[in-house]
Design a protein around this ligand. Structure first.
Ligand SMILES: NC(=O)c1ccc[n+]([C@@H]2O[C@H](COP(=O)([O-])OP(=O)(O)OC[C@H]3O[C@@H](n4cnc5c(N)ncnc54)[C@H](OP(=O)(O)O)[C@@H]3O)[C@@H](O)[C@H]2O)c1
Length: 236
């Protein structure tokens, strides 16, 4: 395995949930961390926790739905931290409900955040990756197969899988590993508030499990690319 010491990662949605767990575990590996989101308080608190590992940490507040804000925020973070090597494209929303119950506006918002957000962040980071890098796109098992009450979410994640695979095909020849992840339910605000799980740590995947998995994939020799992967709770 390779060392991640001294690398710099940008993690969208890094102020809570899965993104925060990844930020903290990469900081333990000596990675300088930039996190993004809309809730400045969460971002500030997380930056203080990250700094305890002796790495540089910064944050930017922006709405991932807005292309100009994403580009400006990412450029600011890259300048502040002196470059970027890793993007964890994690920010996302879950809006669950039947097709009839969901408004068209809610449906569009899920697509804007989950699909366009991933696209905007990747396009903003790509010009800064010099010679090599890693982009981890967080989709979902919901993107592999649609289901009741998740039409918009599943469609957005299916599109992320497809976008990510195209990105991988185009950018691997520039030594950029694009990793498409399809986790199943993990205890977080999204899954607990959405009624998908009670989050029982004896049974259900926790954000730390996801973070360890991401860390280990990033630490693989650079000749090795985990193109797609799922993680499930063993016996939820
Ligand atoms: N938890 C699961 O069961 C599960 C399973 C499979 C895949 N996933 C995926 O994993 C990712 C993280 O999910 P999570 O469970 O950690 O969810 P979460 O706890 O609800 O956190 C969502 C994160 O996304 C950010 N975010 C949401 N909308 C945003 C917007 N418009 N602009 C900027 N940032 C925004 C939030 O930041 P602010 O609050 O600061 O805006 C927050 O940090 C998502 O892509 C989700 O679809 C989750």
């Amino acid at each position: 395995m390779i060392s991640l010491q001294g690398k710099t990662a940008i993690i969208t949605g890094g102020g809570r949930g899965l993104g925060k767990a990844v930020a903290l575990i990469l900081a333990q590996e000596g990675v300088n961390i930039a996190i993004t989101g809309r809730n400045e308080e969460n971002l500030k608190t997380t930056v203080e926790e990250i700094k305890k590992f002796g790495v540089a940490a910064a944050y930017a507040v922006f709405n991932i739905e807005n292309e100009a804000e994403v580009k400006a925020g990412i450029d600011k973070l890259v300048n502040q931290l002196g470059g970027v090597d890793i993007l964890i494209n994690n920010a996302g929303i879950g809006q669950f409900g039947t097709l009839e119950a969901m408004s068209a506006a809610d449906w569009e918002q899920v697509i804007r955040v989950n699909l366009f957000g991933v696209y905007y962040a990747a396009m903003a980071v790509y010009p800064h990756l010099k010679g090599e890098g890693d982009i981890v796109n967080v989709a979902s098992t919901a993107g592999l197969k649609g289901g009741a009450n998740m039409s918009a979410y599943a469609a957005s994640k299916a599109a992320v899988i497809s976008l990510s695979q195209s990105m991988m095909a185009e950018w691997r020849k520039h030594n950029i590993r694009v990793i498409t992840l399809t986790p199943s339910t993990i205890a977080s605000d999204m899954s607990i508030q959405g009624g998908l799980t009670d989050g029982n740590p004896d049974k259900v995947l926790q954000p730390e499990d996801f973070a360890e998995w991401v860390r280990d994939m990033l630490k693989m020799n650079r000749r090795a690319l985990v193109a797609n992967g799922s993680i499930l709770s063993t016996n939820p």
